[in-house]
Ligand binder design. Structure first.
Ligand code: UT7
Length: 323
C-alpha cells in the first residue's frame, strides 16, 4: 500500500512582531484580557513585500532544504489559504513559479482554518492514487489584511505566517505501524456560514471584505465538533488517545485546545501549543506548529501525530500521521 510520508518541514514568519500591548493603542483591549481569553501573547504581521505567496514560498524552500530535496523533484503543490495574493490565479501557482518549478501542477485549497487538514487529505489521495510522488503541502496566510482593525472582538486574534511539509510516496505494509498519513476525516456544514465569514468577495460586493465572527457561537460548537471528528479518525486509523505521541491542533484559542485534549484524555504534555507566539494564523497554524515541534526535536520519526482543525464554513477535520 502506498503511504504519504513526511520528508521535510519548514516555516516562514513576517519580520514584524505585534504584541498585545501594541494592540492596546489601537482598540479598547488589554494584554490581560487577550491572554486570559485566548492564550495569545503576540502575533506576526506582514509588512511591505511580504504576501501569502512570498511567505508560502519561503516556508516551502525551508521544507525542501529540511528534506534535502530540490524544487525540481516536486510534482504537486497544494496551498491552503483564505488570503490569496489575488482572486486568481491560485497562490500555489505563484509559489510554483517562485520556486522555479515549471512542470507538474499546483492549486489552492479553501477551507479556512481547516485548510491544512483538507490539503493533507487531498495530497494523500493524489499520492495514493498515483498522480503525484512528491508533494509540497503549504498553509500560508496574511489575515492581517482582511481584519477590521477597529473591531476588538476579531483583530486581536489573528496573525500572519506560513508552514509547509514535503510528502513523498513510500510503500507501506497497510498497518498503522506504517509511516505516513494513516487516515484523514473531513467534515463541513454550511448552515454555520454566518458565524465566521468575510463580508466581501468577487461575486457579491466586488471587494475583498473584512473578517466577521460571532466568537462565542464558534466557541460553543468547536470542542464537540473537534472531538467527534478525532474519534472518527481514531476508529478509522485503529488508534486510541493513549497511542498518540503528539496532538498538533489548529491554534485558535488555548481554551479550545485544552478543553478538546482534556475531553479526549490526551495529557497536556503531549499537546503542541504555539498560539501564544503566532496567534491564529488560520491554515498556516498547524504546519507552523509542526515545524516548531519537529524543529526543536519534540516530534521524532515514528511518532504518531494527531492533527485537527475547525473553522469557517464550518469546516473541520482530523488527520493521523506517523512521522
Ligand atoms: O480559527 C477559527 C475558529 N475560531 C475560533 O475558534 C474562535 C472561537 N472563539 C473564541 O476563541 C472566543 O469566543 C473569543 C476569544 C473570540 C472571545 O472569548 P469569549 O470568552 O467567548 O468572550 P465573549 O465574546 O463572550 O466576550 C466577553 C466580553 C464581552 O463584553 P461583555 O459583553 O461581557 O460586556 C466583549 O465585549 O469581552 C469583551 N471583549 C473584549 N474585551 C477586551 C471582546 N473582545 C475584547 C477584547 N478586549 N479584545
Amino acid at each position: 500500500m502506498i503511504r504519504s510520508v513526511v520528508r521535510g518541514f519548514g516555516a516562514a514568519l513576517p519580520k514584524r512582531v505585534m504584541t498585545n500591548r501594541e494592540l492596546e493603542d489601537i482598540v479598547e483591549t488589554s494584554d490581560e484580557w487577550i491572554v486570559q481569553r485566548t492564550g495569545i501573547r503576540q502575533r506576526y504581521v506582514a509588512g511591505e513585500g511580504e504576501t501569502t505567496a512570498s511567505l508560502g514560498a519561503d516556508a516551502a524552500r525551508a521544507a525542501l532544504e529540511n528534506a534535502g530535496m530540490s524544487a525540481s523533484s516536486i510534482d504537486l503543490i497544494i496551498c491552503a489559504t483564505s488570503t490569496p495574493d489575488n482572486t486568481f490565479p491560485a497562490t500555489a501557482v505563484d509559489i510554483q513559479n517562485r520556486l522555479g518549478i515549471h512542470h507538474g501542477f499546483a492549486f489552492d485549497m479553501q477551507a479556512v482554518c481547516s485548510g491544512f487538514v483538507y490539503a493533507m487529505a487531498t495530497a494523500d489521495l493524489y499520492i495514493r492514487g498515483g498522480m503525484a510522488k512528491r508533494v509540497l503541502v503549504i498553509g500560508a496566510e496574511t489575515f492581517s489584511r482582511i481584519l477590521d482593525w477597529k473591531d476588538r472582538t476579531t483583530c486581536v486574534l489573528f496573525g500572519d505566517g506560513a508552514g509547509a511539509l514535503v510528502l513523498e510516496a513510500e510503500e507501506g505494509n497497510g498497518t498503522n505501524a506504517d509511516r505516513g498519513v494513516l487516515t484523514a476525516q473531513l467534515r463541513s456544514d454550511g448552515v454555520h456560514k454566518e458565524k465566521l465569514y468575510v463580508d466581501g468577495g468577487p461575486s457579491t460586493t466586488g471587494t475583498v471584505g473584512h473578517l466577521r465572527m460571532e466568537g462565542r457561537e464558534v466557541f460553543k460548537h468547536a470542542v464537540g465538533m473537534i472531538t467527534d471528528v478525532i474519534e472518527a479518525a481514531f476508529e478509522a486509523g485503529g488508534a486510541t488517545a493513549d497511542d498518540i505521541d503528539w496532538m498538533v491542533p489548529h491554534q485558535a484559542n488555548r481554551r479550545i485546545i485544552d478543553a478538546s485534549a482534556k475531553k479526549l484524555g490526551i495529557p497536556a504534555e503531549k499537546v503542541v501549543v504555539t498560539v501564544d507566539l503566532h496567534g491564529n494564523t488560520s491554515a498556516a497554524s498547524i504546519p507552523l506548529a509542526l515545524a516548531t515541534a519537529a524543529g526543536d526535536g519534540r516530534i521524532k520519526k515514528g511518532d504518531l501525530v494527531l492533527l485537527e482543525a475547525m473553522g469557517g464554513g464550518f469546516t473541520w477535520g482530523a488527520v493521523l500521521v506517523r512521522w
